[in-house]
Design a protein around this ligand. Structure first.
Ligand code: KIV
Length: 276
């Protein structure tokens, strides 16, 4: 059995090698990702959009996140499994944040949690860390605050906003986060942040200078067609493959090509004859 990657091992990898993280939401995808040697599997609240069909990430709650995290944990033997704390699972109080973070580890076998925000979630981060739970930060475009940010927009474009991001990242690192996701921020700012913190930055739409990269697996595989962010590199077109396979099945059934002899169970002729 392979040894599980730990949160301290991720932290210590800074400057040693590039880190990889992908999302997964179910058992088979977790197996594929894990077997490919990806370091971290994030059970992202992007679940709401790419799997459950919601318009944004706000709709998903703890019960759905735990359900999917359990499935991912069953499929991941080596990667660090990170549960993404959904909207309103940590915003209310430190106590609520600790209780819900604990549920990811206790009820869904995750090894860490991620939550969105900088200075304003510091007390939550500290409380969760005090409970012995590793925390990954998330700065820049934080989809749970999209309404406040004015939509899904690139963040940190002014000097003042960039400065705030650098300070937020330093605060998260000082608090004890083992890594920080940087989403949709200019590459030079991600480079500054990466140089300014002692923990790995994991970029998504944040350029090549981050310590690691993360993508939503449905984007990478071409499985989510509603929109494709500019920062995504698509490595497959599974939506096309699935449509093609389903159409061929339909055609085969309608023309009698399926099932063929090799898909059928035989029966001894003498047994068949006994039937009235
Ligand atoms: O929910 C998610 O998938 C995420 C990644 C985009 C980092 O937060």
């Amino acid at each position: 059995m392979s040894t599980r990657i730990t949160a301290p091992a991720v932290r210590d990898a800074k400057g040693q090698r590039k880190l990889t993280m992908l999302t997964a939401y179910d058992y088979p995808m977790a197996q594929f990702v894990d077997q490919a040697g990806i370091d971290m599997i994030l059970v992202g609240d992007s679940l709401a959009m790419v799997v459950l069909g919601h318009q944004d990430t706000l709709a998903v709650g703890m019960d759905e996140m735990l359900h999917h995290t359990r499935a991912v944990s069953r499929g991941a033997a080596r990667a660090l499994v990170i549960g993404d704390m959904p909207f309103m699972s940590y915003q209310v109080s430190d106590a609520q944040a600790v209780t819900n973070a604990g549920r990811f580890l206790k009820e869904a076998q995750a090894q860490a949690v991620k939550l969105e925000g900088g200075a304003r979630v510091l007390s939550r981060v500290r409380a969760i860390l005090d409970a012995g739970i590793p925390v990954q930060g998330h700065l820049g475009l934080t989809p749970q605050s999209a309404a406040q940010l004015g939509g899904f927009k690139v963040q940190g474009k002014s000097a003042a906003a960039a400065q705030r991001l650098i300070e937020d990242a330093q605060s998260l690192a000082e608090a004890g986060c083992f890594s920080i996701v940087l989403e949709a921020i200019p590459a030079p700012i991600a480079e500054r942040i990466t140089a300014a913190v002692p923990v790995p930055t994991i970029g998504i739409g944040a350029g090549p200078h981050c310590d690691g990269q993360v993508l939503v697996i449905h984007d990478l595989l071409g499985l989510f067609e509603r929109f494709l962010p500019r920062f995504v590199k698509q490595y497959a077109n599974l939506a096309g493959d699935i449509r093609n396979a389903v159409s061929r099945f339909k055609e085969d059934v309608e023309t009698g090509r399926f099932p063929a002899a090799e898909h059928c169970f035989a029966m001894a002729p003498e047994e068949l004859e006994k039937i009235q």
